[in-house]
Design a protein around this ligand. Structure first.
Ligand SMILES: [Zn+2]
Length: 121
């Protein structure tokens, strides 16, 4: 996933844990879809001769695959929803104490600062 919008350099990661809501949306949609399809499948009990363990494993694999397929969509939906409710302006990348304008993002600079602090200990 990109760190910033390539057009206006709006940060896609404004704070840590930003996409928790997207994960909750992803889980809710996945669980709803799996339960609905499972309930629909109860209408056809003799469709396969698989054992119950095989069916449970296939349902689990289906749920995992579905949530992975919808991850990017739920992230972009969450970003769009947040931007729709509270529009924010893109910040220039070199801002704050680190004024070296070498094109690195602020998060990278902060990460390097904390790494330097860990090495000093
Ligand atoms: Zn943009």
């Amino acid at each position: 996933m990109l760190q910033r919008c390539p057009h206006c350099s709006l940060s896609y990661f404004p704070e840590s844990g930003y996409y928790l809501g997207a994960m909750i949306i992803n889980y809710g949609v996945t669980a709803t879809l799996v339960v609905l399809i499972f309930l629909f499948s109860l209408l056809f009990p003799d469709l396969t001769r698989w054992t119950m363990n095989t069916k449970i494993l296939l349902w689990m694999a289906f749920a995992i695959a579905l949530s992975l397929l919808m991850m990017r969509h739920s992230y972009s939906f969450w970003l769009a929803l947040d931007f729709w409710i509270t529009p924010r302006q893109p910040k220039p990348p070199a801002e704050g104490r680190n004024n070296s304008n070498d094109g690195r993002s602020r998060a990278t600079a902060i990460g390097e600062q904390s790494r330097e602090m860990e090495e000093q200990q």
